[in-house]
Design a protein around this ligand. Structure first.
Ligand SMILES: C[S@@+](CC[C@H](N)C(=O)[O-])C[C@H]1O[C@@H](n2cnc3c(N)ncnc32)[C@H](O)[C@@H]1O
Length: 264
């Protein structure tokens, strides 16, 4: 893969091992409903989930807009879309669609809510994606973006400059690694009103954060942006800290909402 377009190519073409890992990582947990409180979802809402992946989050959302609600998921990865349609074939509230670019296959003013979770760091053109989202939102509808910011990570036992060095080495995997801090301004630029930023803490001592670090390590090894021995040594430090109850991984999520004005 070309390093300049890796951030999007690595989602279009995906290996079996990564699909399996994501099917475990992205499974819906009822506690995630809290992340969606700023959306003010209500029964009967029609919702779009942009970058729906395996579809578990969309299925959780479908439960929050029942009865009467519907959720459409879109994704650039054909396999995720096919698997999600198969997985949820018995749930008529859910449907998944493949995207070939930023165009959304829906009429203007279709959705009460649009949700986009951990996706915008990968899109080639955030403005084009936001313009499409605004187009398909109903007047009065709301977009909620949930995203990380790879400059806001804590990894114990690493020193802060080691964390920075590690995540910068992984940064070709993202088109906008600092999307969390920047998305509010981009949403306002797209014409959304009443843009509000909230934060959800994520502090892990149990080792779930290790999945993220191993994912980043595989990117770094692909790009060869750090010596492989250094990456192994760093992961070893983390594993040892976990074994000694000294591990901590913090990656706050930015929860950003914006409303389409009634006159738009
Ligand atoms: C980190 S996963 C998040 C999946 C899901 N939103 C969740 O949180 O469970 C990122 C997802 O965004 C999708 N994606 C990447 N670039 C995209 C784009 N330009 N348009 C739509 N989806 C995209 C990927 O295929 C992948 O399913």
């Amino acid at each position: 893969m070309d390093i300049d377009t890796f951030y999007t190519d690595h989602w279009r073409e995906i290996e079996d091992e990564r699909v399996e890992r994501y099917e475990q990582m992205f499974v819906w947990q009822d506690a995630q409903a809290k992340l969606l409180e700023p959306s003010a979802l209500a029964p009967g809402h029609t919702v779009l989930d942009v970058g729906a992946g395996p579809g578990f989050f969309a299925s959780g959302v479908a439960g929050l807009v029942a009865p009467g609600g519907r959720v459409h998921g879109v994704d650039i990865n054909q396999r995720f879309v096919d698997d999600a349609n198969q997985r949820f074939a018995d749930d008529e509230r859910l449907q998944f669609h493949h995207l070939t670019d930023h165009h959304l296959p829906f009429a203007d003013a279709t959705f009460d809510r649009v949700i986009c979770k951990n996706v915008l760091e990968y899109v080639p053109d955030i403005s084009a994606t936001l313009d499409e989202i605004v187009r398909v939102l109903k007047p009065g509808g709301r977009l909620q973006v949930i995203d990380s910011d790879w400059g806001c990570v804590i990894v114990e036992p690493w020193a802060p400059h080691t964390v920075t060095r590690f995540f910068e080495a992984a940064s070709p995997a993202f088109n906008e690694p600092y999307v969390g801090r920047r998305i509010a301004a981009r949403m306002a630029d797209a014409g959304l009103g009443d843009v509000v930023v909230r934060m959800s803490p994520f502090a892990d001592q149990s080792g779930r954060g290790l999945h993220v670090l191993r994912n980043m390590a595989s990117y770094i090894n692909t790009f060869a942006t750090l010596p492989a021995e250094e990456v192994d040594e760093l992961l070893g430090q983390v594993e040892q800290a976990l074994a000694n109850n000294r591990f901590l991984f913090c990656l706050p999520q930015f929860l950003v909402t914006g409303d389409k004005t009634n006159k738009a």
